[in-house]
Write a protein of this length. Structure first.
Length: 59
């Protein structure tokens, strides 16, 4: 059971490498800037099915 200090998020990424780059380049520095110095616990699970009606790709 989650405690008061737990935060659970769900994201979909193209790859683990893409998530890692985001963490290193954007998320990590932003967390450090606001004083969060805790390494998050990350678990990856494969998506079994993805439904994207009218998906838009941002380039």
């Amino acid at each position: 059971m989650a405690g008061q200090d737990d935060n659970h998020n769900l994201d979909a990424w193209e790859s683990e490498e893409a998530f890692g780059a985001f963490g290193q380049d954007r998320l990590g520095p932003a967390m450090a800037q606001v004083g969060v110095n805790v390494e998050p616990q990350v678990t990856f699970h494969p998506a079994h099915e993805v439904f994207l009606p009218n998906a838009v790709t941002i380039k």
